[in-house]
Design a protein around this ligand. Structure first.
Ligand code: GLU
Length: 463
């Protein structure tokens, strides 16, 4: 009885204080991590959505869960020297941020892109905590990468870079410690070189240390397709719940990497027409529906610019500049390129042109302002942490297969992936309802992802 009264009093205090406490944590994060804009952006987005949780669970305030969750458990930055094809020495910077291991080994991709810095890796690592929690699989949150630019590099240069990168990274990872995978600029080729070097240094075949591996040495079927397919499964659940479907819809997909390509493929199989896709230089519009086999040939096989498409496909058009893609009229927008692809200007354009739903395939592809605008206008938003979790979920399935030393069929993996995405929608929807934000899957996903991690942290003491 005394305990219950205490709870009521604490809840009342928390109700008054939750907002202030959240703003204080955000201010501290900004002060202690100066200039890390992308990291500030995700912290603001997640923390502000947790107000009703703190009101209901004052114990999280007492145990300083928020202050602890915004501080990475460990961050590593290292020199990556390598020799280019001219014999010149190049130096890049490597990163691995091990953000949270409350529910499993750190898990998250590696990004190789010239824009990579600590802020970007920390934003990605922070998002990964909640995304991985939503999958219902036992994986913590981490992320890494380098400011290395794979574009225009020879195969041998890529190999030498990956070997140098792993020569430092290997001491920080392990199949029960931290399991990297791909992200922008890191695909099967890079994972192969990284795995080879790890195996050589460790003198052990630890299959589960990396995911996204090739199929001949422990990779999982359907991993390559998983993020894109998962995005469509999630978005389809959301559309169906609101009495819509992909059938007959005009869809615009930004990007042309594996998230974009396989999202476009699955959306097409659900009866949609993908009108436009892009890369960082420009976008193509094909009113007959984008020929995805041609895109795969250009991007995956030839590693060329998407501009090539129009030379090989009659009636298609090419426009310079990537953001212009959001001026193409569509019913469903699937940003699958990179962060902050849709800011308020693009959001307004999309709404003006009648968009009904936005499914985030990339990490944080919409600015916080853009998301707020969509929600205010009644547009359905499938948030990245939930909607793009299919990739990392299938990575966890790859880890399971590696541990069991067996492989599931494509159909088996896809069925599991589908079940996971359907479940993520259900728990995000339920959390949104329970915490007074019905229909707001952005808030719902944040809350559902947070609760599991917070409870695990509560159980494990102040660490
Ligand atoms: N980079 C992907 C993501 O953003 C996948 C990570 C993984 O498979 O570990 O979730």
């Amino acid at each position: 009885m005394g305990y219950e009264i205490n709870q009521v009093i604490e809840s009342a205090i928390a109700g008054k204080n939750a907002k202030d406490i959240i703003e204080k944590v955000i201010d501290d994060v900004k002060a202690r991590n100066k200039g890390e804009e992308e990291f500030h952006q995700t912290v603001e987005e997640v923390l502000r959505s947790l107000e009703p949780v703190l009101v209901k669970h004052p114990e999280y305030i007492k145990e300083s869960i928020l202050n602890r969750i915004v501080e990475p458990e460990r961050q590593v930055m290292f020199r990556v020297p390598w020799v280019d094809d001219n014999g010149d020495v190049q130096v890049n910077r490597g990163f691995r941020v091990q953000f949270n291991s409350a529910i499993g080994p750190y898990k998250g991709g590696l990004r190789f892109h010239p824009s990579v810095n600590l802020s970007i890796i920390k934003f990605l690592g922070f998002e990964q905590i909640f995304k991985n929690s939503l999958t219902s699989l036992p994986i913590g949150g981490g992320k890494g990468g380098s400011d290395f630019d794979p574009k225009g590099k020879s195969d041998r240069e890529i190999m030498r870079f990956c070997q140098s990168f792993m020569t430092e990274l290997y001491r920080h990872i392990g199949q029960d410690v931290d399991v990297p995978a791909g992200d922008i600029g890191v695909g099967a080729r890079e994972i192969g070189y990284l795995f080879g070097q790890y195996k050589r240094i460790r003198n052990a075949y630890e299959g589960g240390v990396l995911t996204g591996k090739g199929l001949t040495y422990g990779g999982s079927l359907a991993r390559k397709e998983a993020t894109g397919f998962g995005l469509i499964y999630f978005t389809n659940e959301m559309l169906n719940y609101h009495k819509h479907s992909f059938e007959g819809k005009r869809v615009v997909v930004s990007g042309s990497g594996n998230v974009a390509i396989y999202a476009a493929e699955k959306a097409t199989s659900f009866g949609a027409t993908v009108i436009a896709m892009c890369d960082s230089a420009g976008y193509i519009v094909d009113e007959n529906g984008v020929d995805l086999e041609l895109v795969k040939q250009i991007k995956e096989v030839e590693r060329k610019r998407i501009k090539e498409y129009v030379a090989r496909k009659e009636g298609a058009q090419y426009f310079e500049g990537q953001k212009g893609i959001w001026s193409v009229k569509c019913d469903v927008a699937l940003p699958c390129a990179t962060q902050n692809d849709i800011s308020i200007e693009e959001a307004k354009l999309l709404v003006e042109n009648g968009v009904i739903a936005v499914g985030e395939g990339a990490n944080m592809p919409c600015t916080n302002e853009a998301v707020d605008y969509f929600l205010e206008k009644g547009i359905l938003v499938a948030p990245a942490k939930a909607a793009n979790a299919g990739g990392v979920a299938t990575s966890a399935l790859e880890m399971s297969q590696n541990s069991m030393r067996l492989s599931w069929t494509f159909e088996e993996v896809e069925e599991k992936l589908k079940g996971i995405m359907v479940n993520i929608f259900a728990i995000s929807k339920d959390a949104a309802e329970e915490y007074g934000n019905e229909g707001n899957y952005v808030v719902g996903a944040n809350i559902a992802g947070f609760l599991k991690v917070a409870d695990a942290m509560m159980s494990q003491g102040i660490i």
